[in-house]
Write a protein that binds this ligand. Structure first.
Ligand code: NAD
Length: 519
């Protein structure tokens, strides 16, 4: 393969890749409907209750049954994690780096199988799934490199007398609970977990209840790379299990990626204990793009379409608001609609599919509600219908990509929908566009299309969001990559101020100790 799969691949010859994937799908589909464990200590554990994992593209297909963890399992997992943590932290950091790099290589080796499972489990298309898998491997490598660059985060400090030796040493917090969302089930779980592990913490992962199979595959990768027993454990369940883990007295830290609603709850919870514990939350987005009068319209239309409708709008970085200079508004809208009409909606297993299903019935309900509100209060410019009557889509959670206009400040302009649903609105001045883009509780990503460097610089200076792009055809607001774009949520999009994929991420998973030795 002469190119690298990221979220920004356009126009590469992928025929060989697709051919190989065709065969892998046959194999993976032969393994559907089986029972899978949670992993506690080094043991595969099954109880009496199961989490059933269905294909969102065809609800009739049971992908697998996953063992739900009980409260006894949770207690046992914390005991194992604490026992394993001391030895894990005492090992030289170089060994942790070696094991995480080995796991990265295993992910790359297994990428086709991992991507095929993810397509079936999330409904994301083939390339999005391969991107997610490759991102996971690159996150492992990038975070491992951070340990190397910082020599394990031990730094000599200044002396006040000749016979003293003082160092700043970063040390693990202990046992981290990792709670992951459904939309990047490999990359986000892997990214959060690997940073914690490299820092010498042990990890209990709860994958999303929508993506337990990918969770088990990540467990297998880390186990096969040779992580010691109890260092990385995995438990299956939903909201209740997440609450049991994150409020557990033996949790030393929590790292979460998911919705603002849950993230804010975890932050409040973290502040209510007997002493503070780290709680890193990365949350949602309501991401704007500004298309200026000088913009290259082709680039702007492609970039906006890809960011709004890729992964059915279920990216935290998805574009949901396009503010277009009034001189271009109608032309932009016409071209955007024409381009959106050409998108292939269907079973994501098929090579030609761009838009798969949304994740579940709740998302379809949320979509129907949003479309009804847009009809009532504004205008539906394209789409607006659920697709349960479309031939071939009857059994899945399919909805049409949708473009609407609504009055300024409407709920649909302010709240994250996490659907293929975007607003287009005209503006007269850049001041007005920037103010409208910032008039939102979220601050994750943003994009600008302009041929005027001064306009681009104003956007970069004034947008209240952690990840900014200009003139990006492959994705106006989406497509961050480890070591390339640090992914930091501002305002209601995140609380740590240090982004995943970025240079300061790993150090958060350790606390500082100053050591002064007198000679
Ligand atoms: P979600 O908040 O519903 O669930 C995320 C995880 O939290 C799941 O594992 C869930 O079981 C668990 N959970 C739910 N309630 C809990 C509770 N009370 N206590 C502990 N855990 C609980 O989110 P989702 O639908 O899986 O994912 C979509 C959301 O994630 C969107 O808002 C999206 O923008 C956001 N997201 C953010 C980023 C980022 O980097 N900022 C990346 C991806 C997704």
């Amino acid at each position: 393969m002469s190119f690298r799969i990221t979220y920004s691949v356009l126009n590469a010859d992928m025929s060989a890749l697709h051919k190989e994937l065709d065969g892998v799908f046959v194999k993976v589909k032969g393994a559907l409907g089986k029972e899978h464990p949670s992993y506690i200590g080094a043991k595969a554990v099954t109880g009496s209750a199961w989490l059933d994992d269905f294909n969102p593209a065809d609800r009739r297909v049971l992908l697998g049954r996953f063992a739900l963890a009980s409260s006894k399992d949770v207690d046992a997992a914390f005991d194992h994690a604490h026992r394993a943590q001391k030895d894990w932290a005492r090992r030289p950091w170089q060994e942790r780096v070696r094991l995480i790099n080995k796991a990265a290589d295993l992910i790359s080796e297994r990428r086709q199988e991992l991507a095929a499972i993810m397509v079936l489990e999330t409904g994301k298309n083939r390339l999005e799934a391969l991107g997610d898998v490759e991102e996971a491997a690159d996150l492992f490598r990038y975070y491992a490199q951070q340990m190397e660059n910082e020599k394990g985060f031990v730094k000599p400090l200044a002396k006040l007398s000749p016979n003293e030796d003082t160092r700043s040493v970063l040390k693990p917090w202990g046992v981290f609970v990792v709670v992951a969302p459904f939309n990047f089930p490999m990359a986000l779980a892997a990214g959060m977990a690997s940073a914690a592990l490299l820092g010498g913490n042990t990890v209990i992962l709860k994958p999303s209840e929508e993506t337990p199979w990918t969770g088990n595959k990540l467990y297998e990768v880390l186990r096969d790379a040779g992580l010691p027993d109890g260092v990385f454990q995995l438990v299956h369940g939903g909201r209740e299990l997440g609450a049991a883990l994150t409020t557990h007295a033996k949790a030393d830290g929590v790292v979460f990626t998911g919705s603002k609603h849950v993230g804010m709850q975890l932050l409040r919870q973290a502040a209510s204990g007997v002493y503070p514990k780290p709680c890193f939350v990365e949350m949602g987005g309501k991401n704007p793009a500004i298309i200026c009068a000088s913009a290259d319209l082709d680039k702007a239309v492609t970039g906006c379409m890809r960011s709004a409708f890729g992964l059915s709008g279920q990216k935290c970085s998805a574009l949901s608001r396009a503010y277009v200079h009034e001189s271009l508004h109608d032309e932009f809208l016409n071209r955007l609609i024409l381009k959106t009409q050409t998108l292939k909606i269907g079973d994501p297993v098929l090579q030609e599919t761009f838009i798969g299903p949304v994740i579940n019935a709740k998302s379809v309900e949320r979509y129907a509600q949003a479309a009804a509100e847009a009809k009532r209060d504004g205008k539906v410019l394209f789409g607006g219908a659920t697709l349960e009557k479309s031939p071939g889509l009857e059994h899945g959670h399919f909805v049409a990509p949708t473009i609407v206009s609504v009055p300024r400040g409407h709920r649909l302009e302010r709240e994250e929908l996490f659907l293929p649903f975007m607003i287009v609105a005209p503006f007269k001045t850049l001041d007005e566009a920037i103010a409208r883009a910032n008039d939102c509780d979220y601050g994750l990503t943003g994009g600008v299309f302009s041929a005027d460097k001064a306009e681009v610089e104003r956007f970069m200076d004034e947008l209240e969001a952690g990840v900014l792009y200009s003139n990006r055809e492959t994705g106006a607001t989406t497509g961050a990559w480890p070591g390339v774009q640090a992914f930091c949520g501002w305002k209601g999009s995140g609380a740590s101020g240090k982004g995943g994929c970025g240079p300061y991420y790993v150090s958060q998973f350790m606390r500082e100790q100053s050591q002064t030795r007198m000679g």
